[in-house]
Design a binder for this molecule. Structure first.
Ligand code: HAM
Length: 429
């Protein structure tokens, strides 16, 4: 196939074999968020470029080198959203839903776009489920966000495979004081820093802390610690969060180097990481952004949130063999009809069955075919039972119910008794 007719590198089709797992994952998360009182919001996937520059920060990797930016026919600069927080804040402001201190607990789901180097767990189109909470400034809501993800990990069976890393970035003032101290310390060791870190020292010095370069890491030994520069309010907030996590029994690791790649954070930042996926091990990440709404033209409005990477969590479920067996079966019953009269009777019967059993997954054979070929299709569908209708069955007003997964012999059931028979047998299968 010519290259221009293939999917773009790093952007994947999610094939029918995979969608049941995606729907299971998304459904599990959505159910949990309903239970905790979060409401879904849906934003466009394209926004004015300016929105991301102003919120994520001009000198971040995302804005500097990863955005899909283009001019539309009006000459406006637009960008495929690289994340959801900026657009969610924009929507909240535009519709006035956070005005007057109104609390909003929102969630969203959908594709995000970053021009990163694709590898396992890192794609150019990927999917996030994100949460954003507005107008709650205490650590209780930071704790709730973490507690509900902890519950989600249990529901998915992956709790043992993830670790919570926490840090506090303080307010922008305390971070400013820390930044000065760090720059002074690193400037004295400039020749030990890798090129990228030398550049970051000038533009975004805190990002030097999460360098992967061994020499730079060595140069950071003995560097000033952010924790020593925290203001009292941030310190109390962080202690409050930790006390709540302790109360629920959620283990965590304090990682003083956790600074995150987006500029809008203040106070709490956190990441859920796993060592089961190689280098792309962060499955869920976020934090507080108390200054962002104001920075984007709104009234001062505290905010906190996170986003999880669906691809990474799906990979983790597969890696740990935690894909529930129940999602593999897509068909309960497959109806085979032989001859035109049987096909017509089968159609009427199957609609009666759908009325009686709305959740029954019933596939009606299409394209006619011999006894052998219809059975083959029934078997391949994964159904528990084949329903068989031919001339004999029509005269007797019965249907043959043939177990396909070794649950006993074929039985002939009267049409009127079929729904009840299937209700008990499919539930047991
Ligand atoms: P983020 O850390 O950039 O934060 O992304 C959140 C999660 O999205 C990551 O932890 C990862 O699981 C997933 N992710 C990011 N990039 C990729 C990629 N290229 N391929 C696959 N998965 C990826 C944010 O986006 C913030 N908006 C989170 C937030 C919400 N903070 C506050 N509210």
């Amino acid at each position: 196939m010519s290259k221009s007719l293939q999917a773009i590198r790093g952007m994947n089709d999610i094939l029918p074999e995979q969608t049941p797992l995606w729907r299971y994952f998304e459904g599990t998360v959505a159910g949990l968020l309903d239970n905790y009182g979060y409401r879904q919001i849906r934003m466009p996937i394209v926004e004015f470029t300016e929105l991301f520059k102003r919120s994520i920060g001009e000198v971040t990797d995302i804005v500097e080198k990863e955005m899909y930016t283009f001019e539309d026919r009006n000459g406006d600069s637009l960008t495929l959203r690289p994340e959801g927080t900026a657009a969610c804040v924009r929507a909240a402001l535009e519709h006035g839903i956070t005005g007057g201190g109104q609390v909003q607990k929102l969630w969203y789901m959908g594709p995000m776009f970053r021009h990163e180097r694709p590898q396992k767990g890192r794609y150019r189109q990927f999917h996030q489920i994100g949460l954003e909470v507005f107008n709650l400034e205490g650590p209780d809501i930071d704790a709730e966000l973490i507690i509900l993800t902890w519950r989600l990990w249990a529901a998915l069976g992956i709790r043992d495979a993830v670790t919570l890393e926490l840090n506090s970035l303080g307010t922008s003032e305390s971070r400013g004081r820390y930044r000065e101290a760090l720059v002074e310390f690193l400037t004295a060791r400039l020749d030990q820093l890798d090129e990228d870190s030398q550049r970051r020292l000038k533009t975004n010095p805190l990002r030097v802390l999460d360098t992967k370069d061994a020499n730079t890491q060595a140069a950071l030994v003995g560097a000033p610690q952010l924790a020593d520069y925290l203001d009292d309010d941030s310190r109390t907030h962080f202690e409050g969060l930790k006390a709540r996590l302790d109360a629920v029994g959620i283990p965590y690791v304090i990682n003083p180097k956790l600074v995150r790649g987006l500029d809008y954070y203040s106070k709490t930042v956190f990441e859920w990481v796993t060592d089961k996926l190689g280098s792309q091990g962060t499955v869920c990440a976020g934090g507080r952004y108390d200054g962002l709404v104001e920075q984007m033209g709104g009234k001062p409005t505290p905010g906190v949130g996170f986003a999880m990477g669906i691809e990474r969590l799906i990979l983790l479920l597969e890696t740990l063999d935690k894909v529930p067996e129940s999602i593999a079966r897509q068909v309960d019953v497959y109806l085979c009809a032989f001859g035109e009269a049987a096909e017509l009777a089968g159609l009427a019967l199957s609609e009666r069955l759908r009325d009686a059993l709305p959740s029954l997954r019933l596939q009606v054979n299409a394209g006619a075919g011999s006894f052998k070929s219809q059975f083959k299709k029934a078997d391949k569908s994964g159904a528990l039972y084949a329903l068989i209708l031919g001339d004999d069955e029509i005269s007797a007003q019965t249907v043959g119910v043939k177990p396909l997964r070794g649950q006993g012999e074929q039985q002939n059931i009267a049409w009127d008794a079929l729904a009840e028979h299937l209700a008990t047998h499919v539930a047991q299968g």
